[in-house]
Design a protein around this ligand. Structure first.
Ligand code: NAP
Length: 262
């Protein structure tokens, strides 16, 4: 790619995705905005085009709908100008697991896991062949914390982290950067969807601060960026503990502690 790559951002009509759109436009990247609310994306497009002079396309898509998702996949496969994918669209649902409907949980999984997986799958071979490009996946610290009481949502975000780490190992040697961004509580509309009032929560990060920090991680080519975490050594220690267990998974026999009853 000679000029700056275009950036396709899902969930670009609001919140973190809209902030990414603004920041990448400011950096001079053309954009492809994806979400359901066209009016909001048209307003964002008009403003960002006027302020930054970049070209902006809009794809209206409900990423839980296979036909809509397929259209975005096709764009990612075919449009060689797109060099950066920001898998940001996502939602959360409130209440406890036993109070959530099975259909709502399935829709959550479709949007938070199937969509980013399929979109990454659509673009990754082309980026790997080109030997450049980036995939940014928006996870959540909830994916590290079953204690936070958002079981289904956290499970989707654990998936996003694993997907990102696995893709990073596969694609980094081919020149493709993969970043997982793990926000904590950020002031966006997502909280309204869970029935919570974000103004009653403490430790809320402003969305611009979150995206600016995520982009510092992006520029450093960090595989995992956790904007609110002060001590990167804590993440490194968690990773080291996880990796220390890996050699044991090759044991062909049950560990001694499982060889005695009770
Ligand atoms: N805010 C937080 O505290 C927080 C913390 C950790 C992680 N995150 C993650 O950050 C990402 C962005 O969330 P946000 O806080 O910015 O939420 P948000 O303000 O509610 O924005 C969500 C975006 O996703 C889009 N979207 C929702 N459902 C969609 C669908 N079915 N198809 C296509 N697009 C859809 C929405 O657009 P339309 O309604 O126009 O479709 C909107 O642009 C999510 O993955 C979320 O899990 C957020």
């Amino acid at each position: 790619m000679t000029s700056k790559p275009s950036v396709l951002i899902t969930g670009a009509s609001a919140g973190i995705g809209a902030a990414y759109a603004e920041r990448f436009a400011r950096r001079g990247h053309d954009l492809v905005l994806v979400a359901r609310n066209t009016a909001r994306m048209e307003a964002l497009k008009a403003r960002l085009h006027q302020e930054h002079g970049v070209a902006i396309d809009i794809i209206q898509a409900d990423l839980t709908q296979p036909a809509d998702l397929a259209a975005v996949e096709t764009r990612l496969r075919d449009d060689a100008r797109i060099g950066i994918l920001v898998n940001n669209a996502g939602t959360a649902i409130g209440r406890s697991f036993i109070e959530q409907s099975t259909d709502d949980v399935a829709r959550l999984v479709a949007l938070n896991t199937t969509a980013p997986l399929r979109l990454a799958s659509a673009i990754a071979p082309r980026l790997a062949a080109a030997g450049e490009g980036a995939i940014v996946n928006i996870g959540s610290v909830v994916g590290l914390a079953p204690e936070f009481g958002m079981t289904a949502y956290g499970a989707t975000k654990a998936f996003v982290l694993f997907l990102s780490q696995g893709l990073s190992l596969e694609l980094a040697p081919k020149g493709v950067y993969v970043q997982a961004v793990l926000p904590a509580t950020t002031r966006t509309e997502i909280w309204g969807h869970t029935g919570a009032d974000v103004n009653t929560l403490s430790g809320v990060m402003e969305v611009g601060d979150l995206v600016d920090a995520a982009l510092v991680g992006f520029d450093r080519r960090e595989p995992v960026t956790i904007p609110p975490l002060p001590d990167a050594g804590q993440w490194d220690a968690l990773e080291a503990a996880r990796q220390a267990m890996l050699p044991n998974y090759g044991n062909g026999h049950p560990a001694q502690r499982y060889r005695t009853a009770a």
